[in-house]
Every structure is written in C-alpha cells, then in structure tokens.
Design a protein around this ligand. Structure first.
Ligand code: FPP
Length: 243
C-alpha cells in the first residue's frame, strides 16, 4: 500500500452550506449549524491524526451579525458548548485552540472561556496541533486592526514607518507567528473568499466543492489534499524547465 503524501501544514476552511443542508431536510437552519459544529470536531481530529499542524475555520464573520437573533444566538451557544468541552479535553488530546477576530462584542462568558482555552494552549507544546477559530472575524477588519496597532506603536515611538515590511506587518495580525495556509477549502459551492484571511491567502491554493459543510467528510478532505498535491505552485516564478 502506498503511503499518503504529506498534507499541507496549514489548512483553512470556510464552513459553508449549513443552512442549505438543514433546509434540504426540512429542518431549521440552526440544526445545520449544529451538524456543522459536529463536523468541525471530526475534521479537526482527522487533520491532527494525518499530521496537519494548523486548521483555521471561519465560524462567524463580522458580517454574520446581520442574521436573525435566533441564528446568531444558536451559533454562539454551539461555540460555548465546544469551548466548555475543550477546556476538559484539550490537554488530553493535545489540541491547542486560538481565536482570530475582534472579541470585543462577544459575550463576556465566551470571552472568559476563550481566555481559559488560551491559557491551556500556552501549556501545550508549540508543535502540538492547533485549531484557529475565526470569530467575529473579517479579513479587512483584521488588516485595519493591525494597521491601527502599528500606527499607535509609531506614535508612541516604539516603531518607525520605514521599518514596516511584510514580516513586521504579519506580526500585527491575528495570525501572528502562524504560517500562511497552503490550502483553503470552501464547501457549499460558492467561488469566493468572503473576507476570509485576505492577507494570509496570497499564495494559498483554493479547493471549492459543492458538498455542503456538514457532509464534508474525511474522504473528501483526502481528495482536497490530493488535488492540492497535484497543483503546480510557482509563487509568481516559473518552472525550472521553462527558464
Ligand atoms: C455558513 O453556512 C456557516 C456559518 C455562518 C456558521 C458556521 C458555524 C458553525 C459550524 C458553528 C461553529 C462551531 C464551532 C464549534 C467551530 P451558512 O449558514 O451560510 O449556509 P448556507 O450558505 O447554506 O445558508
């Protein structure tokens, strides 16, 4: 039997299609999010087992507040439930958790839980698997927050505008210290980034599938990784044979 090829170090997923998945079954959208959250648990465990180092998922965008109160509250409850479970299991399963996004408008209870999981992550080894959950996250908002912090450091004399380069700017992002995702997966069929990881996706390979997120299983992740392995990644250069 052939060994599976080495997976990307960092995979990012736009968990889309929960609403349609539920609608197709005559169920409320919130049931789709519940199924989506369960699938996140499964896929995160699978990523860890096959040697992916980072998994970043889009759980709630800066635009998702436009949804009904019932739907927003259902997603927040699912996140709370996940964090409560994580507090008990992260150390045993060696899973680090990190949040991307502006946590200011998130409930104090969820923020306290996020601080708790941050503390546990800090006690785990740097090379343990890490799941990044994007919560109240938008790529443009992340860039603005980073720019504001850099400007504040300049105003305080800690930094100088001329020293700003890509590496320094990256250190102001929510993803500071985390390598860019090599593969971005979008279930649900839409062919857009929807304000996800705008800086970090510069050279990411995109994989779009019509499969709805709750149905996106291990086999399809294998297929996405296999498709990624077949891509010719040139990073703006040309192949050696073409020079
Ligand atoms: C997009 O599908 C999905 C969301 C906006 C929410 C995703 C949130 C979860 C899966 C719960 C998060 C929980 C954890 C534990 C990470 P959609 O509702 O836009 O689907 P549609 O396009 O079919 O309407």
């Amino acid at each position: 039997m052939q060994d599976k090829p080495t997976p990307p170090r960092h995979i990012a997923i736009i968990m889309d299609g929960n609403g349609r998945w539920a609608k197709g079954r005559g169920l409320p959208r919130t049931v789709g999010h519940k199924a989506g959250a369960e699938n996140f648990r499964k896929i995160a465990t699978y990523c860890k087992n096959i040697g992916v180092k980072y998994l970043t998922v889009y759980a709630f965008s800066t635009e998702n507040w436009k949804r009904s109160e019932v739907e927003v509250s259902a997603i927040m409850t699912l996140l709370k439930r996940y964090l409560l479970e994580a507090v008990d299991s992260m150390e045993r399963d060696r899973i680090r958790l990190h949040f991307f996004g502006d946590m200011t408008p998130i409930s104090p209870e969820l923020r306290a839980l996020a601080r708790e999981t941050d503390g546990i992550s800090g006690r785990l080894a740097a090379d343990d698997f890490q799941a990044n959950v994007c919560l109240n996250y938008g790529g443009r908002d992340e860039l603005l927050r980073a720019a504001r912090r850099f400007a504040a450091d300049c105003a305080a004399g800690r930094r100088y505008p001329n020293e700003l380069d890509e590496t320094l700017f990256s250190s102001y992002l929510d993803s500071a210290g985390i390598p860019d995702p090599e593969l971005i997966i979008r279930p649900g069929g839409e062919q857009r980034l929807s304000n996800f990881l705008l800086w970090q996706c510069a050279y990411a390979e995109l994989y779009v599938t019509d499969t709805l997120w709750p149905d996106f299983g291990e086999r399809e992740l294998d297929q996405a990784i296999a498709a990624f392995q077949r891509r010719d990644r040139r990073f703006g250069g040309v192949k050696e044979s073409e020079t």
